[in-house]
Design a protein around this ligand. Structure first.
Ligand code: 5GP
Ligand code: ZN
Length: 114
């Protein structure tokens, strides 16, 4: 499958690992928008939030259970924001489900810039 995040999981594309277990892989965004900008992805290929269902939602639950630890490991010690872009209007560019963890500075208050 031609998916860059599957290639990152396989080690075919190098990445700066923050955390890994059997379910998920967390690594630093190549184009960081904050001092802590970590992407958490399931090892199983799920294309987007739209593909979450009763069979795979346990993976998402495990990711959310781990996010506080991953955020600390990534350098967010005073709070953080979790973002998942889904589809064209949200600007999703990589179609392998991923959660951005942003922190390490005071983030802009507004979630949407008009
Ligand atoms: P999206 O816009 O789909 O929510 O986020 C995709 C993110 O993946 C972007 O923030 C982009 O910088 C990051 N990204 C794309 N390709 C790579 C890569 O090869 N390595 C890493 N570490 N991040 C990547
Ligand atoms: Zn993938």
């Amino acid at each position: 499958m031609d998916c860059i995040f599957c290639k990152i999981i396989a080690g075919d594309i190098p990445s700066a690992k923050v955390y890994e277990d059997d379910t998920m892989y967390a690594f630093r965004d190549i184009n960081p928008e904050a001092p802590c900008h970590v992407l958490v992805i399931p090892k199983k290929h799920i294309a987007s939030m739209d593909e979450i269902n009763a069979e795979n939602s346990g993976i998402v639950a495990k990711i959310y259970e781990k996010i506080p630890e991953i955020a600390r490991l990534g350098g967010a010690e005073n709070g953080y924001r979790v973002i998942a872009n889904c589809g064209p209007d949200a600007g999703q560019t990589v179609f392998h489900l991923h959660f951005h963890i942003l922190g390490g500075k005071t983030l802009p208050v507004h979630l949407c810039n008009e």
